[in-house]
Design a protein around this ligand. Structure first.
Ligand code: SF4
Length: 87
């Protein structure tokens, strides 16, 4: 239930990719579709949720640009925060 599909873009004749993936917030793993316009919606083809999302899943799109979102792993504590890298 993951993958991508070509969808209509914002201008005539253009196509962009919508990504089918899973919500990361709990073990249910509901299917979500990330659309090129920046919106995230429930995946209507996914058997676990059939397009529906709970309140946490429905907030996925709003969290992407949230100030303070960690984009890199951190090592340290509240007295000595530090950023590191994945590799
Ligand atoms: S949408 Fe809700 S129920 Fe589904 S995986 Fe995300 S947190 Fe879990």
């Amino acid at each position: 239930m993951t993958g991508s599909e070509r969808v209509s873009g914002p201008e005539n004749g253009t196509t962009m990719t919508a990504i089918h993936t899973a919500c990361p917030y709990c073990g249910v793993g509901c299917g979500v579709v990330s659309k090129p316009d920046g919106t995230i919606a429930g995946d209507s083809t996914h058997p676990a949720n059939r397009g529906r999302l709970c309140s946490k899943g429905a907030a996925l799109g709003a969290t992407l640009d949230e100030a303070g979102r960690l984009l890199k792993p951190t090592i340290g504590d509240s007295q000595r925060p530090g950023m590191t890298h994945w590799g």
